[in-house]
Design a binder for this molecule. Structure first.
Ligand SMILES: N[C@@H]1[C@@H](O)[C@H](O)[C@@H](COP(=O)(O)O)O[C@@H]1O
Length: 239
């Protein structure tokens, strides 16, 4: 695990952008993308760059179940707004949160991931150590699946909705095994609310109770966090 501690999320976003840029120079073609506030500065750098993504494929981690793509809280909407409107990709895949048959959608998404091995997977992390919507307790061997969101995630994400009742209770999410199959993984974590998650994922035991802890077993992971998120880490992990 490589750990990069930055001054703030803006510098962190630039570090992540540089990894993507270098990857593309080396022929990477498939980016695994994440939503949430953590990757926004990285998307800003991508949008401001002269990089061309029109020959690239993107695969997003997750989508709320029951939100229309036009809903401004859907991850479809988020990706259009923060990246795809300015930087279109050749193919961009996001789970269909309006799918009538959820099982079919799960199968379809697994086929997409199998057909497009991910070169660089970008991740955020939840306060409870979740990655994407893989909540504590999710089997490490999971593929794409339907998830029941935990109270802690519903509460954390309610800040984006008018009230907590409007937060969907379910989502479709890439599984932990699929994430681990990515060639390279970059996890972004900023701010005080991520201190415990960062410590647990870097220093704690590898356990399904902290989904992000499985990253310790991946051969090419970079954790990018700001000084505040890194504050509880043993000094030997900080640069
Ligand atoms: N499904 C997303 C995750 O993919 C994201 O990593 C997490 C943290 O979000 P933020 O980056 O806003 O802290 O929030 C949501 O639960």
């Amino acid at each position: 695990m490589k750990i990069i501690v930055t001054k703030d999320n803006i510098e962190g976003g630039t570090k992540a952008f540089e990894i993507i840029k270098k990857g593309m120079e080396n022929g990477d073609k498939v980016l695994g993308l994440a939503t949430g506030s953590s990757p926004i500065p990285m998307y800003d750098d991508m949008c401001d760059s002269d990089l061309d993504f029109s020959d690239m494929t993107s695969i997003n981690l997750d989508e709320y179940y029951g939100l229309h793509p036009d809903n401004d809280q859907s991850y479809h909407y988020f990706m259009q707004k923060h990246l795809f409107d300015k930087k279109p990709f050749k193919h961009s895949y996001i789970p269909n949160g309006m799918a009538k048959d959820i099982d079919e959608e799960v199968d379809r998404y697994n086929d997409i991931i199998a057909a497009n091995p991910i070169d660089i997977q970008i991740l955020g992390v939840g306060r409870n150590g979740h990655i994407a919507f893989n909540e504590p307790g999710t089997p490490f061997g999971s593929l794409t699946h339907k998830v029941q969101l935990t109270e802690s995630t519903i509460k954390a994400n309610s800040r984006f909705f008018d009230n907590e009742d409007e937060v969907p209770r379910q989502a479709i999410c890439m599984g932990i095994r699929s994430i681990m199959n990515s060639k390279k993984i970059v996890l972004l974590a900023f701010g005080e609310s991520k201190q415990d998650a960062v410590k647990a994922l870097v220093e704690g035991p590898v356990t399904e109770e902290v989904p992000a802890s499985i990253l310790q077993d991946h051969p090419d992971v970079t954790i990018i966090c700001d000084e505040v998120a890194a504050a509880k880490l043993d000094p030997k992990y900080r640069n």
